[in-house]
Design a protein. Sequence first.
Length: 288
Amino acid sequence: MKPGQFTYHAPRTVEEAVALLGEHAGSDGRIIAGGQSLVPTMALRLAQPAHLVDINGVAGLDRIEVIDGELVIGACVRHSAFERAVVDGPLGVLLKQVVHHIAHYPIRTRGTFCGSIAHADPASEWCLLAATLGARLRARSVRGERLLTEPGFFEGMMATALAPDELLLETRLPLLSADTCAGFNEFNRRPGDFAIAMALAVYRLQDGVIVEPRLGVGAVEAQPRRITAAEAVLDGQPPTPQLFAEAAALAAQAVEPLDQNAETADYKRDVVRAVVARALAGAEGSHE
């Protein structure tokens, strides 16, 4: 199939892009940057925006920089940018680890980090990262700017706190201290397929025990989220396989899997148990 008719706009500044979006949001005007999610849905007529606002020509939206203890990722930064460490320390290593799980290389060269966040697919690796680390997100419309936070940004399956006329300018991730342990694991049937379940574990070791644990699970429910019950079990305890198994079991119990595809809820909980245990073990190994 082919997409329906639409009007194409190519702004050169953020102000022009925001003005166009404000003018056309009421007729399902959409931002396009990488287009790796939007274009296939347009080709299948699942989405039929009347206007596309292409922000690829807007200067400055491809920046990656550290500001006030945060990694700032602009709206046009491609997935492939993270295939090398873009920042020193555990965050750069973690981003480099996670990016290789995203689709296939050609898609990573076009798709964007912020586009993935705004699309809010439950199986998005970057959405899980944002939810687990507590990202901050800067959005702009003709009404001004807002700084949104996670939790609170993701509101459900492919739903966020962004208004239809808001452009997500950047995502800000907190830098991780040098003593941070971080591990990621996901399970899919073939490399490049959407994940059935994924987990991200981040914590620090202090005097041999876990402190400040963050454990997120994605691809199972309508949106990624931290599993606080499992975090509570981990906090203040020395890392052991038995502890990781207990936390993984709690995570599996906590999730309410979506009723979709061929997998049963019990099967998905089993997968959650496995990916959480592996993410926790991987985090411990990341600091050896």
